[in-house]
Design a protein around this ligand. Structure first.
Ligand code: SF4
Length: 333
């Protein structure tokens, strides 16, 4: 597995002078559950440059998948703004958003549950073309043939059903379907976490190749920092609905600043014969997102907390060269 941790010291994909392809500001998504409110995403801001991959990492339930889905409007955000190529995505009408779907796609974690078991491979990949009335039937079939070749699926699988494919091939169907309308931006929502390790590497390499040939921009959501490291130019670490650290990938791995990110990183295996990394074991479970802790949301599990941590919320501030962190320890108060 080749690593693609490009050193983008300005933290913007090397294109600081250009406008971002996607800009998210103060995105909030709350869910009502019984009498309570789940604070799934609570004021998340970031931007992604054209051709860049931003990795979004954190434990299960931290809000990373919800963020990805809210910004392409698979679910409705509670508040905030998402600007894509100067268009306010959250303000688009339904027909405008349907048209925008050609530009913004998603690859899901579990291809088996996101693919209709009654549809053949050809029909599944061609469905977005059919929905958006692209070309004639023959042209759509030709396009499906091309997409199958692009993602490494043999033409003989055209009339097969999902249950006849292994996990890797099913995910290739999911990727081909996401590419059908030639999008520019794709949310990759844990696209390899349901796959065997050997297949994971193949799918990651495929996503990397497709990005290079089709000039794609990714938001890559994963709980696995080693997967994130492979593909991402920058990484945002989420904890309980907030981004706690956002940095160029190399900078994050060389100089992890936030205690939560340090604990996550300590769980990533290091190559033998190289330096060893001390494992940081977090005590206590993740607090309920219905009643998130006051001040710094990580203070109930942080080994470095001080009295101010439970009183005042740390802001996500630049600690130098585009390496942002939300911690009172780093930005002394
Ligand atoms: Fe730990 Fe305090 Fe920093 Fe939060 S602000 S991560 S509790 S030191």
């Amino acid at each position: 597995m080749s690593s693609k941790t490009r050193d983008l010291s300005d933290g913007t994909g090397g294109a600081a002078s250009k406008r971002p392809l996607l800009e998210v500001r103060d995105l909030v998504k709350h869910f009502k559950v019984g009498a309570g409110i789940v604070h799934a995403v609570d004021g998340v801001s970031f931007s992604i440059m054209k051709g860049e991959t931003l990795g979004l990492v954190g434990e299960s339930g931290c809000g990373k998948s919800t963020t990805g889905r809210a910004l392409i409007r698979l679910i409705d955000a509670t508040s905030g703004s998402v600007t894509y190529q100067d268009r306010d995505i959250l303000a688009l009408s339904k027909p405008e958003m349907t048209s925008m779907r050609k530009e913004m796609q998603i690859i899901f974690q579990d291809p088996f549950s996101s693919i209709d078991p009654r549809k053949t491979v050809g029909d599944t990949i061609g469905k977005p073309l059919y929905i958006h009335r692209v070309g004639t039937k023959r042209e759509r079939e030709d396009r499906v043939d091309h997409l199958m070749e692009l993602v490494g699926l043999s033409a003989r699988l055209y009339n097969k059903y999902p249950h006849e494919l292994d996990g890797g091939r099913r995910q290739r169907v999911g990727i081909a379907r996401a590419l059908a309308l030639s999008p520019s931006f794709i949310v990759c929502d844990e696209p390899v976490s349901a796959l065997d390790v050997s297949i994971q590497a193949q799918i990651l390499n495929l996503l990397e190749e497709l990005q290079n040939t089709m000039k794609l921009t990714y938001l890559f959501v994963s709980h696995d920092l080693s997967v994130i490291k492979h593909l991402s130019n920058r990484v945002a670490v989420m904890y309980l609905g907030k981004i706690v650290e956002l940095s160029p990938t190399l900078s994050l791995f060389k100089n992890t600043l936030h205690p939560y990110a340090q604990a996550l990183l300590s769980a990533v295996p290091v190559a033998k014969l190289r330096r060893t990394r001390e494992r940081i074991i977090l005590t206590g479970g993740v607090p309920s997102p219905i009643h998130p802790p006051s001040g710094c949301r990580f203070h109930t599990r942080c080994h470095h907390k001080t009295p101010v941590c439970s009183e005042r919320e740390p802001q996500l501030l630049d600690a130098g060269e585009g390496h942002f962190v939300a911690c009172h320890l780093v930005h002394k108060v």
